[in-house]
Design a binder for this molecule. Sequence first.
Ligand SMILES: Cc1cc2nc3c(=O)[nH]c(=O)nc-3n(C[C@H](O)[C@H](O)[C@H](O)COP(=O)(O)O)c2cc1C
Length: 123
Amino acid sequence: MDMTIGLKTIADASFDSVMITSAGRKNEIIYVNKAFEKLTGYKAKDVLGKDPKFLQGPATDPATIRQLVKDLKAAKTFEGRTINYRADGSPFIMHWRVLPVKSGRGASAKVENYVAIQRVISA
Ligand SMILES: Cc1cc2nc3c(=O)[nH]c(=O)nc-3n(C[C@H](O)[C@H](O)[C@H](O)COP(=O)(O)O)c2cc1C
């Protein structure tokens, strides 16, 4: 099956929040879907180019974030939960997974992007 066609269509329509960032020195948001806007209250145009850490606040667990940084450095998939904050300041439990995505083949393959799948855990 050719998966190159329609992936954006799928991400746009997903019930879960989908976020794509650049990898490397900076993790700049290059894509968020409608579900991200609904979940966080931020508009796509206001978050493009930013690091996702604007979702964090006083109750965000630093140990979870350290684990994320460690996993991404090792080019591993991260999965975890922490407190994040919507645009209106209200907190929620974020359950999310971040996947390193390589481009190129074989020895020249490099992690060029991260894809995050995010959802609210309701209490
Ligand atoms: C693709 C991607 C998605 C991320 N999503 C979240 C998120 O939903 N919530 C969160 O608290 N941090 C998220 N982060 C983590 C922060 O953006 C940042 O990488 C982390 O806080 C470590 O950077 P710092 O040490 O400068 O804080 C995400 C990171 C990446 C690369």
